[in-house]
Design a protein around this ligand. Structure first.
Ligand SMILES: NC(=[NH2+])NCCC[C@H](N)C(=O)O
Length: 409
């Protein structure tokens, strides 16, 4: 368990990182096949052992810089040691499934008796029809042997998306793609029951309009950008805005429309902050990105009818600088030409994780982007990601900052 007394919460993308939650890829990745990888949101079939190695180096790089690394599955296993938490987890996992009463009855007993470690594995790697030892009946006969009774969660790797801290509160997000829905049941359970998070107030929730953490950028203390596109819906952005205003977690939210495409599924695939006033950004869209600035004059108030003021849309970088109270948000571009930029954007060149102002983790393969970051005075902590990247996510997607110091101006 943690010895680091760092206070929970984050107010920016770049303040010194103290504690982060990662998920070391595990047996859930062995479930990917060429038949299911699209539905499970992977673009290839990762070599699991190599992905684990790459991930271990990522975690080492963070620890070497004094970042405390928490693993999602360790937190989950510890949480599942609590009787009510495990009953809740089993109930939730079975509730949403189309299994029929025979199999549901069997699985409820089987999961209910599993050790916390085994239960974690079943909840994350899923259970295939040919893996059960009971509950046989019409459903098991009609399903194919390799059909899943409980679906695996290969995208747990991207801990960024299933929860996001805004100051001292954690937002439980609501994931848009069916393959990821169940992830937030696990993060919600961890934050609700694990002693490390006792007393933490939660906002949003898996049952609300879709908001994914990859779309939420803490541009500066009090200023949040929310991408709206394939994942986060306009209504999700509005609900998040209301909550952060109500609880005084921010004074401005910038809603940023992004193309509803795989390559730009989240705002953090397009841009991430590497300093208090510097952003690495995909040049092919940088100039056309717009933002609606949202504020609320009467906040904080518990009034559900809190009136949001929404500006006309304006160029994103300008609107961001204005909200952040800086002259200019400098842009560092991915690649030298549009094609290189497109290639490196696809490989998550823009998806960096800042460990401190001007120190950021990036995939080593994005040679041009990293060179430009270095030219701009950013230290790039380069990690291998040939296998990790097959799920379309970089260092930022693979990390959920739980504690960051406030950034120094
Ligand atoms: N914050 C991010 N950009 N996360 C990337 C998530 C990638 C994941 N395979 C998905 O499609 O959902």
């Amino acid at each position: 368990m943690a010895q680091n007394p760092a206070p929970l919460g984050a107010s920016s993308e770049v303040g010194r990182l103290r504690t982060v939650m990662l998920h070391r890829p595990g047996p859930e990745l062995t479930r990917l096949t060429p038949r299911n990888n699209d539905t499970l949101l992977f673009d290839g079939i990762p070599w699991v052992a190599r992905a684990q190695e790459e991930h271990d180096r990522f975690a080492d790089a963070l620890r070497e810089r004094d970042v405390e690394v928490l693993y999602l599955t360790e937190l989950l296993t510890e949480t599942l040691g609590i009787a009510e938490a495990r009953a809740h987890a089993v109930g939730e996992a079975l509730a949403g499934l189309d299994l029929g009463d025979t199999m549901r009855g069997y699985l409820s007993g089987f999961l209910g008796e599993a050790s916390p470690e085994d239960l974690t594995r079943h909840l994350t790697a899923g259970i295939r029809n040919d893996e059960v030892r009971g509950g046989f009946g019409l459903v098991t006969s009609l399903l194919a042997p390799d059909d899943f009774l409980i679906e695996p969660l290969p995208n747990l790797l991207f801990t960024r998306d299933s929860s996001v801290w805004v100051r001292d509160r954690v937002a439980i997000t609501s994931l848009a793609m069916p393959a990821r829905k169940r992830e937030t049941e696990l993060t919600e359970l961890i934050y609700a029951r694990h002693p490390r998070f006792a007393g933490t107030e939660r906002i949003h929730g898996s049952h609300f309009e879709h908001v994914e953490g990859g779309d939420v950028l803490l541009l500066a203390p009090g200023v949040i950008a929310v991408g709206v596109g394939e994942r986060t819906t306009p209504a999700g952005a509005e609900r998040l805005a209301r909550q952060v205003f109500r609880h005084e977690l921010a004074h401005t939210v910038l809603a940023v429309p992004i193309a509803q495409e795989r390559a730009t599924m989240h705002l953090d695939t397009i841009c991430t902050l590497v300093d208090v006033d510097k952003m690495v950004i995909y040049p092919n869209v940088a100039d056309s990105l717009q933002a609606y600035t949202v504020t609320a004059s009467g906040a904080p108030t518990s009034d559900p009818d809190l009136v949001l003021d929404v500006s006309a849309s304006a160029p994103f970088l300008e609107a961001a600088a204005a909200a952040m109270g800086i002259d200019r948000l400098h842009q560092i571009e991915t690649g030298l030409d549009p094609v290189t930029a497109e290639r490196e954007q696809w490989d998550d060149g823009n998806n960096t994780l800042a460990i401190a102002p001007r120190v950021a983790v990036g995939y080593e393969r994005n040679v041009e982007t990293n060179a430009r970051l270095e030219d701009a005075g950013i230290e790039v902590v380069a990690i291998a990601g040939s296998e990790l990247g097959s799920g379309r996510g970089g260092p930022r997607c693979m990390s959920c900052p739980i504690s960051r110091e406030d950034p120094q101006r």
